[in-house]
Design a protein around this ligand. Structure first.
Ligand code: F6R
Length: 605
């Protein structure tokens, strides 16, 4: 949460930072601010609101300089107001912060800061502690300060008497950095760096970097110089814009056929799933007695699909645990439990902490992560990257379906490792997986038809989504998508469970979306649909193309899904549900990419 940017070089830092903050705004958009440092001192421009509001304010204030830091905020400590916007300044220190300082009250007391702070933030307290320790040596002040902090932080700091220099340090919250043609840049993620270069590095935890026009130096907390481990952006940089679509979300939905291909094809060798490049030994897939998937939100929904697949096809028990609840349920994980952590950003702190706990219990672990070099990728034993490219819209779409694609591959590799399938079975499975991109294309080609079908939902106060088994898992995700970007209350419900209470909420004003894609569940699902129709609900039905529909005249809204084998129907159905949510939000005139109260990367517990 929160986007941070720092630039030092020969160009106008204001313009560079404003552009970068627009790219980082998906990480938080409660307020934004920049600080520029030059020989005449430090100038801060900040305000509550979006980056475009900050841009307007900068036109008025005209800050000048070639060295600066900038921030876009997702509020944690202190409300949304100009004073709480970053950068914060105390004495000779100006800083921006992403994360949470848990012991800020103790620090306020210890350093007698009561009454001296201009904001209600934990971040300003860090600036004050730095000021306390600063005697002309930034490294020493940072070292001493960091040792006093409890919590998570990515800090970018400027010292008044160090023009042209930006210092940074982090614990858990991410910072990446790169050298530019005439200086250096740091950011919360590579999105803001790719306009300059494709070579970057992830700043290791508890290492201090210094950016200057000569490049970047890095030291560990003992003061020893540290080697930089350079990475290269391996996705098409031209993909980071909106590509002519009004919102990133639509662009990212449309990209799915391509990124699914990029995720699966490099991992199929001689017709078999292959994790050789990831170095994953078959033993951990063969010998585990159970699997525990740890993830949050959409990534957890992907895990639920994985559970259905693995339990049905491999026959071992899979738990899917909300990472935020993992620690509070006395988790039973051990060396026989394969832990799979799923995360688009790779920075979700709940998932990261749960994964670290599981590793301490001796569990082997694989993470499925989209962002290269992210904390979860580094904290797990093995990592499988989804090749979704940058996902900017807050609502996850292509990351979800690429996570699913990896879970299909894991299922197939487990079957190989355990010698469960014949060659024919394996070939049929892999062939069907390879058909996913073309099937998705077929759904995307009918996006206008889906748009027309959303009319019944647009003005609804509540929407129910019903299905059983895999259909229910898909709807959990479809429902999350709808509520987060349209603000319509939506609930996914296992359709057989409705009659145990919740059906009391169904009236003619409650549109219901039903998904029926699983042959073995079909008749029961239709009975449940009849139950809600009898209570007056209008049903939007998602059904396979080849499925006969009794009394077809009775159905006002039916969307036909291209046919795949049942375990794969998740893919076309998910795309249709994403488009439903997208068009409802669009037609309501909402900011599809930046829904209220949310942020893309969730680095607070
Ligand atoms: C919803 C959404 C979130 C994320 C969740 C976990 O559209 O994107 O529910 O899935 O916050 O984030 P990651 O995958 O980054 O761990």
């Amino acid at each position: 949460m929160c986007g941070i940017i720092g630039y030092t070089g020969k160009d106008d830092a204001k313009e560079i930072m404003l552009d970068a903050l627009e790219l980082l705004e998906y990480r938080g958009y409660d307020s934004a601010g920049i600080a520029l440092l030059n020989e005449n001192g430090t100038q801060i421009v900040k305000r509550a609101g979006r980056v475009k509001d900050l841009r307007n304010l900068c036109k008025e204030k005209k800050p000048v300089g070639c060295c600066g830091i900038g921030h876009t905020r997702w509020a944690t400590h202190g409300g949304v107001c100009d004073e709480n916007a970053h950068p914060h300044r105390f004495g000779r220190i100006t800083l921006i912060h992403n994360g949470i300082i848990e012991n800020y009250r103790e620090l306020t007391e210890k350093y007698a800061l009561e009454g001296k702070l201009a904001s209600e933030t934990d971040s300003e307290v860090v600036a004050a502690v730095l000021e306390h320790f600063y005697e002309g040596d930034p490294y020493s002040a940072i070292r001493k300060t960091v040792l006093k902090l409890k919590g998570t932080f990515a800090l970018a700091i400027m010292f008044d008497d160090q023009p042209g220099k930006i210092y940074a340090v982090r614990n858990v919250s991410p910072i990446v950095a790169a050298v530019t043609e005439d200086g250096a840049i740091l950011s919360s993620d590579v999105a803001a760096i790719v306009p300059f270069t494709t070579d970057y590095f992830v700043v290791p935890e508890f290492h201090v970097i210094c950016l200057s026009t000569d490049g970047i130096e890095m030291f560990d907390l003992s003061g020893d110089k540290a080697e930089i481990d350079w990475l290269k952006v391996d996705w098409d940089v031209s993909r980071s814009g909106k590509g002519g679509y009004p919102f990133y979300m639509e662009k990212e939905i449309m990209e799915q056929p391509q990124v699914i291909k990029e995720t699966i094809l490099p991992r199929i060798r001689d017709g078999k799933p292959d994790f050789g490049k990831e170095g994953i030994p078959d033993e951990i897939l063969r010998d585990c007695k159970r699997i525990c998937v740890i993830a949050c939100g959409t990534a957890m929904h992907a895990g639920l699909v994985g559970k259905s697949l693995i339990q049905a096809m491999i026959g071992i028990h899979v738990d899917v645990v909300m990472a935020s609840e993992f620690m509070y349920n006395d988790p039973v994980v051990d060396k026989d439990t394969l832990v799979i952590a799923i995360s688009q950003s790779g920075e979700t702190i709940d998932t990261l902490e749960a994964l670290k706990f599981a590793r301490k219990c001796g569990s082997p672990s694989i993470s499925i992560v989209n962002v290269k070099g992210a904390s979860i990728a580094r904290a797990s034993e093995y990592v499988i990257y989804t090749n979704a490219g940058p996902e900017i819209a807050v609502a996850s779409t292509k990351a979800y379906t690429t996570q699913l694609a990896v879970l299909y591959l894991i299922t197939a590799r487990m079957a190989v490792a355990r010698k469960l399938w014949s060659d024919e079975q394996l070939t049929a499975f892999i062939d069907e997986l390879c058909r996913v991109p073309e099937v998705m294309e077929a759904v995307l080609a009918k996006k206008e038809e889906i748009h027309r079908l959303t009319g019944t939902i647009l003005n609804a106060k509540d929407v129910f989504m019903i299905g059983r088994g895999l259909d229910y898992s898909i709807l959990l995700e479809g429902s999350l998508k709808l509520k987060e970007i349209s603000y319509i209350h939506s609930e996914a419900y296992a359709s057989g469970e409705l009659k145990h209470g919740t059906i009391a909420l169904i009236t003619e004003d409650t549109p219901v979306i039903a998904v029926v894609t699983q042959e073995k569940l079909k008749s029961k699902e239709f009975s449940n649909i009849r139950e809600v129709q009898s209570r007056g609900a209008r049903v939007l039905l998602l059904l396979k193309e080849n499925e006969e529909l009794e009394e077809s005249g009775q159905w006002s809204s039916v969307f036909r899904l291209p046919v795949m084998e049942d375990p794969f129907m998740v893919m076309p159905a998910s795309v249709a549900l994403q488009l439903i949510a997208y068009y409802v939000s669009l037609d309501k005139g909402l900011d599809v990419d930046k829904p209220r109260n949310l942020a893309k990367v969730v680095t607070v517990e």
